[in-house]
Design a protein around this ligand. Sequence first.
Ligand SMILES: NC(=O)c1ccc[n+]([C@@H]2O[C@H](COP(=O)([O-])OP(=O)(O)OC[C@H]3O[C@@H](n4cnc5c(N)ncnc54)[C@H](OP(=O)(O)O)[C@@H]3O)[C@@H](O)[C@H]2O)c1
Length: 248
Amino acid sequence: MKISGNTILVTGGGTGIGYALAEKFAGLGNEVIICGRRENKLEEAKARIPALHTIKCDISKDAERQELCKQIAANFSGINVLVNNAGIQRRIDLSRGADELLSNEDEIEINLRSQIYLAARFVPMLIDKDESAIINVSSGLGFVPIAAFPVYSATKAAIHSFTKSLRQQLKDTRIKVFEVIPPGVYDTELKGKPMPKSDWSISAKEMADAVLEGLGNDQYEIAAGTARGWVNASRNELDKAFENTNNR
Ligand SMILES: NC(=O)c1ccc[n+]([C@@H]2O[C@H](COP(=O)([O-])OP(=O)(O)OC[C@H]3O[C@@H](n4cnc5c(N)ncnc54)[C@H](OP(=O)(O)O)[C@@H]3O)[C@@H](O)[C@H]2O)c1
C-alpha cells in the first residue's frame, strides 16, 4: 500500500508502538489521528508532533467508540487507514480462581472486542476509497503464549484468526488487511513502565520501521524479531518455543 498521503487513525497512539507509528506516518506526509484514554499522553504526543489530531476515547466503552467513529466520519472524511493498536496486558494467576481475573480491566473487551467492533465500523468508511487498509496489532504471544498472561495471549491468538477471516472477506474490495506481530518491545507502557532492553526485544521505533517497510511491500503479516520465526514455525517448533519461554 502507499505509505504517504493517507488519513490514519491509530488507536492507543499516545505511547509505545502506536506513538512510534504515528510519528513515522506523520513524518511521511500522512494525516494522523491518535486516540487513547489519558488526555495527558495525547497532549504530550501532540506537543512533540504538532500536526497530530487527538481524540480522547476509551475504545472498550460502546458509547465512546460509537462517538469516535462519528467524529472520524464527520471531521476526517478522507479516512482510509485504521490501525487497531490499543491494548493492555495483565498477569493473571488462574490457579487462584477468578479473583484476579475479575479484579481489573477486561483484556477481552479492550484487545479483542474493540478491534473487531472498530474494524466492522470502519469498513463502510474505507470501502469507497481508492486504497485503504485495516492494520491489526496482534503479538508473538498469539503464536507462543506466555502462561502468566493467559487472557492476553488468547486475545492475540484470536486477533490473528480474526484478521485472516477479515482479509478473506474483504479480498474483492480495495481494503487491504494487515496483521502486525511484534516480539517483545521494551520501551512501551504495556507493562506499566519500560522493560530493560534484552536480546529478545526491540524498540518501538524499530517495530515501526518494520511496519512501514511491510506495508510498503504489501506484506500482509508483518512480524519482527523472535516473532518472525514463530509466525512460520511448525507445530513442533511452536511447542519447543512454548517450553523454552515458559520454563526459563
Ligand atoms: N510491548 C510489547 O512487548 C508488545 C509485544 C507484542 C504486541 N504488543 C501490542 O502492541 C500494542 C501497543 O502496545 P505497547 O507495547 O505500545 O503498549 P503501550 O505503550 O501501553 O500502548 C498501548 C496504548 O493503548 C492505549 N489504550 C489501552 N487501553 C485503551 C482503551 N480502552 N481505549 C483507548 N486506548 C487504550 C493506551 O493509552 P491509555 O492508557 O491512555 O488509554 C496506550 O497508549 C498492543 O496491542 C500490544 O498488545 C506489544
